[in-house]
Design a protein around this ligand. Structure first.
Ligand SMILES: [Zn+2]
Length: 75
């Protein structure tokens, strides 16, 4: 069952409530007994968000200056 964080608008305390997802947005009662606490945005850790690109080095560029055997330039 997911855990939701609520904030009391009366005493401004935050508290967590474990409740079914279907009741996630229902108002809650804070530990002090105040009604009408509002739910804060859930903070989920983003798992697997890092890029999967390998750290293999890119192929080094060919050293300049060397014309291939098929080059038609005057060098
Ligand atoms: Zn309160």
């Amino acid at each position: 069952m997911p855990l939701y964080e609520f904030r009391c608008r009366t005493c401004e305390s935050t508290f967590e409530v474990r409740r079914p997802m279907a009741e996630a947005s229902d108002p809650a009662t804070c530990p002090e007994g105040h009604e009408g606490a509002v739910r804060l945005l859930s903070v989920f850790a983003s798992v697997g968000a890092t890029s999967g690109t390998s750290s293999a080095p890119a192929p080094a560029p060919r050293a300049g200056g060397g014309c291939g055997s098929g080059c038609g330039c005057a060098h």
